[in-house]
Design a protein around this ligand. Sequence first.
Ligand code: 2IT
Length: 444
Amino acid sequence: MNVEKIMTDLEKKNPGEKEFLQAAREVLESIVEVVEANPQFEDAGIIERIIEPDRTLIFKVPWTDDKGKIHINKGYRVQFNNAIGPYKGGLRFHPSVNLSILKFLGFEQIFKNSLTTLPMGGGKGGSDFDPKGKSNAEVMRFCQSFMLELVRMIGPETDVPAGDIGVGGREIGFLYGMYKKLTREHVGVLTGKGLNWGGSLVRPEATGFGGIYFVEEMLKTKGLNLKGKTVAISGFGNVAWGAALKVVELGGKVVTISGPDGYIYDKEGISGKKIDYMLELRASNQDIVKPYSYEFGAEFHEKKRPWEVKCDIALPCATQNELGGDDAKKLIANGCILVAEISNMGCTPEAVEIFLKNKLLFGPGKAVNAGGVATSGLEMTQNSMKINWGAAEVDQRLHEIMKNIHAACVQHGKNKEGYVNYVKGANIAGFLKVANAMLDQGIV
Ligand code: 2IT
């Protein structure tokens, strides 16, 4: 398998799509050995087929603001691969959204969803709409207009979107309301729904909780645990919040959160009502963390990232490529032993290379953050059965899934010296299931 040749062709077909090309290269480099050991994959064109989305819908989203001014945004849904189940993946509303970002996320989602052991294919969607500073009514009108087009693509057995950055319970509610009006069906077509209308307990916490269950498993391989560990977290949204809750519950100390405006360093530890305050920051719709420093008297470092603080564990929980090579070096110099991406592709390839070279415990997003979509899968199951599980049952299933993902990474990623390359392990384990399903189903 010639990775360089595949990448050259991919670049020609997808010019300038740097995030997508970055995600594709990482997977391809990881699976070389298994593809070479299994010539049936290349014979069936699996590689070329898996890096091309099944289809992509790009549409206009017109909406009117509270003053009556008309705005036009771009809307997208990328249906990447449905070999093992309906397309599944979140919607991201953020001004940075473009086709490259959604293709990288959709591509990652194929392997992540495969790792969960649940029957879900890979997809992603969203818009360059910026929720910052918008009123509730504006967000509603935008969501309704977005759904007028998205409805053509989705269905409970076809494609099941959820939230991602900028899309939480409120947006899922508005989207679901319009879907229901258009189709007259009350079905599990979106996940992350409200508890009164088909949502699952633990879904809001699931990405963060799952991430920390995975971190616990990683630590266990070294006979360690979270008790007394100092943890640096980036972001302050849903993912960071769930992770902080679980770290504190398991005896760790969270010392940072961050936003586009900078980071908070709270030496005393972020716990209890300080974690609740993250929800207030998010609800303020301002996308800033500075107010935390007035509220609790902690340090605010303007326009900086939290990777310069001394910590045992670093958890990127914000967005792609938020931790670079220089950050990686700083973390290692400060004694950090574990980095786990709870954001998607949180670390740059340079940072990942440095972590692997230095034999850190490094967990890639598609394994570490799979608890979010796994719990979406559990929401789909509950919707199909028309029942609701209790929180303990969902949490226990989530925990089990994360342990299984960790075991799959170890199985496929452990080298002769005993070091676990989780990047390789996750990519191989995720790929094999999808590739074999594609083989079974013929050239489609
Ligand atoms: O990146 C992700 O896995 C998500 N945003 C969650 C996707 C989902 O369908 O729950």
